[in-house]
Design a protein around this ligand. Structure first.
Ligand code: G3P
Ligand code: MG
Length: 243
């Protein structure tokens, strides 16, 4: 039986505050194969890890990432109402590389360029990956496929995935035409006709998000996906096992 890789969505975000160092450390402790995280740029041009364009939902601060400097962002608490983690700060991408480099985990870096088109986010992120010599362990994804093609221009050997949701016709053919490594569909997008067969035929990996329930985890495993992105890596590993 196929055993998919387990990637912790925003770190082990079912158990620790999303997109923080404790959530990434926990993913490693739980023996996940990788983590998924989201990157944006601060006002002073630092690559920072955060899902939303604003910090209001996940911290005790207010405002948009792009209007705050790194020093300003570091003042806020990102425990996101998980009070056991009070005092947790927003991590830079550099801090995540420092934490995960020794662990062997894969990092799926999602470029959040859907709303704000951050200048040079792609260049800065690739530069960091190369500085840590992690090219083989980083896969870039984005809903903004221009960002992914830019990554490929900067580093033609980079591992890449198109994120998408809903309805586009022949995504496997589109992915193959643009020579990306993978597609990153939502769970319900696995239902499209002969989707998995077409991905296999084109040599495209399928890394699916976000499977949290037992039923979804088993469904993705049975479909034969390459990786499952989940908030609950411990639960997924217990249910599906590990290579
Ligand atoms: O990369 C998978 C998933 O994270 C995409 O959606 O909104 O959770 O970043 P979102
Ligand atoms: Mg994401």
């Amino acid at each position: 039986m196929n055993k998919p890789l387990i990637w912790a969505h925003r770190g082990a975000s079912g158990y620790a505050p999303e997109n923080t160092l404790p959530a990434f450390a926990l993913a490693a402790e739980m023996k996940a194969d990788g983590v998924e995280l989201d990157v944006q740029l601060t006002k002073d041009g630092e690559v920072i890890v955060c899902h939303d364009e604003r910090i209001d939902r996940t911290s005790n601060g207010h405002g948009s990432i792009g209007s705050l400097t790194l020093a300003e962002l570091k003042k806020f608490d990102f425990c996101n109402r998980m009070y056991a983690y009070e005092g947790t700060r927003i991590p830079t991408m550099r801090e995540v590389f420092e934490l995960l480099e020794p662990t062997g985990l894969t990092i799926n870096i999602e470029l959040k360029t859907g709303i704000v088109f951050y200048k040079d986010l792609e260049e800065k992120t690739v530069r960091l990956t190369h500085e840590f010599n992690m090219q083989d362990r980083v896969i870039y994804s984005s809903f903004n496929h221009y960002s992914i093609l830019k990554i490929k221009e900067i580093d033609p050997d980079a591992l890449t995935g198109f994120l998408y949701s809903d309805g586009t016709y022949d995504m496997p053919g589109y992915a193959a035409a643009h020579h990306v490594t993978a597609l990153h569909p939502s769970v319900y997008n696995l239902q499209y006709p002969h989707y998995m067969e077409d991905c296999v035929a084109h040599g495209i990996d399928v890394n699916v998000w976000t499977a949290n329930s037992k039923a979804d985890l088993l469904y993705c495993r049975d479909k034969g996906v390459h990786a499952i992105i989940t908030n609950y890596p411990a639960k997924a590993i217990e249910l599906l096992g590990k290579e």
